[in-house]
Write a protein that binds this ligand. Sequence first.
Ligand SMILES: [Fe+2]
Ligand SMILES: [Fe+2]
Length: 322
Amino acid sequence: MALTEKVKSYHSVDMSFLDSSCDLSFNIYYKTIFQNESRYVLFANKDPVYRDKVRLLLDAEDFTELYIDEEDLLGYFQHATESLQSFILDKEVPIEKKIARVYDLSKNVTKQFFESNTSPDILRCSDQVVELMESCISQKEFGFHALTKILEKDYYTYTHSINVGLYCMTFGVKSQLPAGDIHELGLGGMLHDIGKSAIPKEIVNKQGKLTEEEFTLIQNHTNNGEEIITELGCYGEKVLQMVGQHHEKYCGGGYHRGLKQEEISPFARICKISDVYDALTTRRSYKRALAPLEALLIMKQKMGEEFDPQFLSSFICFMGPQ
Ligand SMILES: [Fe+2]
Ligand SMILES: [Fe+2]
């Protein structure tokens, strides 16, 4: 077993995805300390020649933490997505457990993109992740309350993105929109703040008051986002509209085009409601998380004219007890 390079290009894997009955599409490493430095040692090789050895090692379950090389992240996420597909269809597993596993995987995929400067290739997994979410949300025992139980309440751009994607999709399912639209709602919600990946992290995560210049930069994320999505070239018009128009206000005066009412895509109007709702119900260093009812009251009473009134009423209805 050869010693390999440095710490930062290795990522911890979810051990439950490493099923010894299937073939690995990535190498697995374990961590050891060598002269006070973390080193990653090859544990199992993806080469089919080593298949039997890999199975024996995984069956032995001697390790509590294993890692993969950053280059194999895409393969790992694809493997994880596939292994979750059958888990989601298992009638014996409670819906909360299913959602929690899908949420965890989506969080990892999005985090890689936002925080680790990984290539946009990672975003290719978002399609499969959205399909997993869709299978969960479409199950009849699913309700908003199941969702709110597992969503993380600490605000990070990547958890916020997943939360918004899930809210948008749930809105679509409850409104009985066509499957294609629900898929686009999930993707658009997940990617709506993607433009923030082009802004320095210190500004995105700044705790104090933003300078005027910084504020302009942040506001630019809808513009940046449109550029990123267009460049990726694999998303449709509705996703692009959600990314570019989710800060437009129904009454006008939003950014970056100052559109109003029907000029704003209905997909972006749904995204705006989900976006504000998640921002209000999550915790940040300078503010507490509001309870769902409190957030909905503020949205209705203080910000009512910013949202499509019909969509907001439906959203409030869907959030009620199931
Ligand atoms: Fe945004
Ligand atoms: Fe947002």
